[in-house]
Design a protein around this ligand. Structure first.
Ligand SMILES: O=C(CO)COP(=O)(O)O
Length: 250
């Protein structure tokens, strides 16, 4: 049985005081048995948020990190630093990082290794562009991204990974993939994992859908056979909306 996981990706939004107020609003309302809640916030907010969620079951994640543990990388943050302040999750390979910060499949793989070196759970994002979908290349693109991300990752590690399938054309556009289409790609990702690691790991890995998920549509995604949660941008920014997303995941 895979526990549903609702992760908010706040991207580059909110001040620290707004972030702390958000946690105060959702505390006690999102701690639903069996549903895991994660908030992935900007780096500057993480320390305060780890404090704010003390005594709750809400987990805090980063949106990125460097693939090395330390070094002369001006402006970067490592997995060592994230673990040091009590972070549990880290998003790796988000399409915005792939598009605007040249994050390649190879770097994504290095970051997955860095996450496990530092006892962080990676939320590995994959997804196709609109042109790739229209050309019928969705599965081809996903296969390359998944195989690269899991390169050299052991079965014990692989089963802890959270995968987020986020078709790029559905992010922030209001054009969500239908639950059935999303489930088909997610079931394909599970098949790929089965090929790489066998039934046990494929059955254990949690795979989220992301892209224009809202309180109104989350339950329909969660009803699908292979969708285990959602990675949510815009609709995770408002406390009432985030609470409804978690309630919709039960
Ligand atoms: O990129 C996303 C989550 O990582 C999805 O963003 P939206 O939910 O705003 O479409």
């Amino acid at each position: 049985m895979r526990a549903p996981i609702i992760a908010g990706n706040w991207k580059m939004f909110k001040t620290v005081s707004e972030a702390k107020a958000f946690i105060e609003e959702i505390k006690g309302k999102v701690e639903i048995e069996g549903v895991e809640c994660v908030i992935c916030a900007p780096f500057t907010h993480l320390h305060a948020l780890v404090d704010a969620v003390q005594g709750t079951r809400i987990k805090i994640g980063a949106q990125n990190m460097h693939c090395e543990d330390c070094g002369a990388y001006t402006g970067e943050i490592s997995g060592v630093m994230l673990k040091d302040i009590g972070i549990d999750y880290v998003i790796v390979g988000h399409s915005e990082r792939r598009a605007y910060f040249a994050e390649s499949d190879d770097i994504v793989n290095k970051k997955v290794h860095a996450a496990f070196r530092n006892q962080l759970i990676p939320i590995v994002c994959v997804g196709e562009k609109l042109g790739e979908r229209e050309a019928g290349d969705t599965k081809k693109v996903i296969k390359v991204q998944i195989e690269a991300a899991f390169q050299g990752i052991s079965a014990e590690q692989a089963e802890q990974v959270v995968v987020a399938y986020e078709p790029i054309w559905a992010i922030g556009t209001g054009k969500a993939s239908t639950p059935q289409d999303a489930n088909e790609v997610i079931a394909y990702i599970r098949d790929l994992l089965k090929g790489l690691y066998g039934d046990h790991v494929a059955g254990a890995v949690r795979i989220q859908y992301g892209g224009s998920v809202k309180p109104e549509n989350v339950a329909e995604y969660m009803r699908q056979s292979d969708i285990d949660g959602a990675l949510v941008g815009a609709a995770s920014l408002h406390p009432a909306s985030y609470i409804q997303l978690v309630e919709g995941a039960k």
